[in-house]
Write a protein that binds this ligand. Sequence first.
Ligand code: ZN
Length: 166
Amino acid sequence: MAILSIIKFPDARLHTIAKAVKVVDERVRTIAQDMIETMYEANGVGLAATQVDIHERIVVVDVSDERNAAQVFINPEIIGQSIEKKEWEEGCLSVPEVYDIVTRPDRVRVRALNLDGEVFEIDCDELLAVCLQHEIDHLNGKVFVQHLSRLKQTRIKSKIKKQAQA
Ligand code: ZN
């Protein structure tokens, strides 16, 4: 197991579109385990492979309070979403110390492969729904701040520049 380093916005690699995993083998299981460890180490509720510079469609999440219920989604797809939307204050391990409100569908149905390569489907609401939409965005090269206004994005970029210089 290993802690991976997390790419920070506005690094261009965050805009890479991840490729589908062809075979769920030991290599993929090791990546997923390393991602889970990295997510816990960074105190995150979710992590997409894109964020650790691995451009394959792998997401890990843990929305439990106890931090002992990690879930792995390989090749996740949103196959249904509610018409109702919800506002949620989001943050991201790739955009430290930035939190802002994003509006997304309230509930989603997600289909993915598990670590045994088996297909499963899950209906999500609350934090899990937000988190999976946020992580699947990463696999599509999109960071949550891109849901915000241009003005806010510019402010966030200059804030991060200042953090880097500090
Ligand atoms: Zn993120």
